[in-house]
Design a protein around this ligand. Structure first.
Ligand code: GDP
Ligand code: IMO
Ligand code: MG
Length: 413
């Protein structure tokens, strides 16, 4: 049985917390796309863990953790996380031999391209994600399994640097000394090779076990279905999790969509329900909305029903986890974007571009004191009404309500 956790907004919904909460029910936790642009926070007994490449199941001592073929792996980051987490992680971590590698030049290209884009910058995490996926699609990438033959890999990379010389010079990216690259690759191999395997085969062989796919980024950052070009470079939606792991589509069981009780976005691009004034600032402060990966302040705004319905449909969500409800404590009123308007016309569907789109709001009475609630009955009445309103408008059951960063601050309905 394979279940999936997927972000419904622009990322940072609290996927890490929910994966950690439910990981005890699973034998295997799998990352299937993205790279160390992800930042998944797990808070356990007051201690905060930030995971970028390791699946958020690692804090649960029994789960096997898989980094699937669709992930782009920056080996130094993975090596660092393995050391940080210890907990016997080397014995229960599998890395796909088909996963592509992020090399230092990808990071330099990412930064250079953002610089050249100027005011049209995407606002990437500068982790080399886009350039690594671009090389994968151009069939010029390097896979983790290729570490088995360093000399062959070095030959391939020398050709790559030669072929891309003009482009790299144009970007101001220095071509690395091939001997230094070789030393790096030897180090990566020493540290990681024993964990590299055909994870597709592993997952098929173990398909009768309980498995959890952990989404990274989120639906509105999907390369095809998100707010292009202000997106990440992978398919973040449910179907991407299948491509990125090799799990056969009919094996997918339950899909849980993760959404905040409001909306945030890091980086540039359209955001119809953004609140740039005082209320947005208040959400940012109460929600500590600063990026886990880059520390950038997150842009904040109200819950967007149109975007949520789109995300729930494209991912075929069975249920939703509504996160950070406590952050709205103390607001006299809360707004919900229930529709869009463009040139005076009402839109009830999330369009392919958000040019000139304005939100249509409904205002609901606020509440106080939801923070730390662990039972439905402990929630203030107006908070309950808010949740029921979102359920009615999105047409999807809200199964989990999160009222604090700790594992236990969760209502399961
Ligand atoms: P992810 O990328 O989807 O895993 O989310 P992040 O970890 O980047 O961001 C979510 C942040 O909110 C983290 O700092 C979590 O510890 C925190 N968080 C998660 N759930 C709650 C909640 O219900 N209330 C509050 N106040 N914080 C939460
Ligand atoms: P988690 O998994 C929020 C955003 C970046 C930028 C765009 C492209 O923690 O939810 P990239 O470096 O991927 O090329 O940047 O995508 N972005 C995220 N925003 N949470 C994330 O991951 C993100 N990963 C990428 O801010 O706008
Ligand atoms: Mg995050």
């Amino acid at each position: 049985m394979v279940d999936l956790i997927v972000g419904l907004q622009w990322g940072d919904e609290g996927k890490g917390k929910i994966v950690d909460l439910v990981a005890k029910n699973y034998d295997v936790v799998i990352r299937s796309q993205g790279g160390h642009n992800a930042g998944h926070t797990v808070v356990l007994d007051g201690k905060k863990y930030a995971l970028h490449l390791l699946p958020s199941g690692v804090l649960n001592p029994n789960a096997v953790n898989v980094i699937g073929n669709g992930v782009v792996v920056y080996p130094p980051q993975l090596i660092k996380e393995i050391k940080e987490f210890d907990k016997n992680i080397k014995n229960r971590l599998l890395i796909s031999d088909k996963a592509h590698m992020i090399l230092d030049h990808h990071i330099a290209i990412d930064k250079a391209r953002e610089r050249l884009r100027g005011k049209n910058a995407i606002g990437t995490t500068s982790r080399g994600i886009g350039p690594a996926y671009a090389d994968k699609i151009a069939r010029a990438g390097v896979r983790m399994g290729e570490l088995k033959d360093i000399d062959k890999l070095i030959g391939k990379l020398s050709d790559y640097y030669e072929m891309n010389k003009g482009y790299l010079e144009y970007l101001g990216v220095k071509i690395p000394d091939i001997n230094d690259v070789k030393k790096q690759l030897i180090f990566y191999k020493e540290e990681l090779f024993e964990n590299i395997t055909d994870t597709t085969k592993y997952l098929w062989d173990n398909i009768s076990k309980n498995m959890l796919l952990e989404g990274a980024q989120a639906t509105l950052l999907d390369i095809d279905h998100g707010t292009y070009p202000y997106v990440t470079s992978s398919n973040t939606i449910a179907s991407g999790a299948l491509t990125g792991s090799g799990i056969p589509p009919k094996k997918l069981n339950k899909v849980t969509g993760i959404a905040k009780a409001y909306t945030t976005r890091v980086g540039n691009g359209p955001f119809p329900t953004e609140e740039s004034g005082e209320e947005g600032e208040r959400i940012r402060k109460q929600g500590a909305e600063f990026g886990t990966t880059t520390g950038r302040p997150r842009r904040c705004g109200w819950f967007d029903v149109v975007a949520a319905k789109y995300a729930i449909t494209i991912n075929s969500c069975d249920e939703v986890a509504l996160m950070k409800l406590d952050v709205l404590d103390g607001f006299k009123e809360v707004k919900v974007g229930v529709g869009y308007e463009r040139n005076g016309k009402r839109l009830d569907y999330f369009p392919s571009d958000l040019d000139d789109v304005k939100p249509v709001y409904e205002t609901l009475p606020g509440w106080d004191g939801s923070s730390g609630a662990r039972k439905w009955g402990d929630l203030p009445d107006n908070a309950k009404k808010y949740i029921e309103f979102l359920e009615e408008k999105t047409g999807c059951k809200i199964k989990y309500i999160s009222t604090g960063a700790e594992r236990e601050d969760t209502i399961v309905r």
